[in-house]
Design a protein around this ligand. Structure first.
Ligand SMILES: Nc1ncnc2c1ncn2[C@@H]1O[C@H](COP(=O)(O)OP(=O)(O)O)[C@@H](O)[C@H]1O
Ligand SMILES: [Mg+2]
Length: 152
């Protein structure tokens, strides 16, 4: 990650989080992995929900998969959702069958540092932080080939 390709996005409320997801979905390619970082309650799962909504999927069952570890959602592009908080090694992802599944889906990984981060042409980095009850900052780094613009 270098500073020139990292955008700072301010979300004034949850609706802006949906706006960000809509902007991102237009640029996603099958096989992309979104690494979602930031403390508890900063909006990682809310962003995944927004992504599923932006891709016309059913958001009823979108929640942090803390106990089941991995969820998948049907949408315009299949979405895989992982919460790695309880995982320790990259091979824990193998055990879930993630490596085969991710090639034909969009993957969202919460707490990615627990399982190791791949920085390649499919990697997106979103780092969430609290500003106030409803306000969040997001540092977003898109793959080098993607020209991500944000107009709030
Ligand atoms: N601008 C915002 N963006 C995202 N979530 C927000 C925002 N404002 C308030 N929230 C609330 O903050 C909480 C974020 O929780 P969650 O997405 O589960 O966080 P995490 O997965 O990072 O632990 C939710 O209750 C959500 O409704
Ligand atoms: Mg979560």
């Amino acid at each position: 990650m270098n500073d020139t390709s990292t955008k700072h996005v301010f979300l004034k409320d949850e609706n802006a989080c949906l706006g960000l997801a809509e902007a991102v979905t237009k640029l996603l390619q099958i096989g992309d992995i979104l690494y979602l970082e930031g403390p508890l309650g900063s909006g990682k799962t809310t962003f995944v929900k927004a992504l599923v909504r932006a891709l016309n999927g059913d958001v009823t069952h979108v929640q942090s998969p803390t106990y089941t570890l991995m969820h998948s959602y049907e949408a315009d592009m299949p979405i895989i959702h992982i919460d790695a908080y309880r995982l320790k090694h990259a091979h824990d992802l193998d055990a879930l069958g993630f490596n085969e599944l991710q090639e034909s889906a969009i993957s969202c990984i919460e707490w990615p540092s627990k399982v190791g981060i791949n920085n390649d042409a499919h990697s997106w980095f979103l780092k969430f932080s609290h500003v106030s009850e409803h306000e969040r900052n997001v540092e977003i780094t898109a793959p080098a080939t993607v020209n991500f613009e944000w107009a709030a």
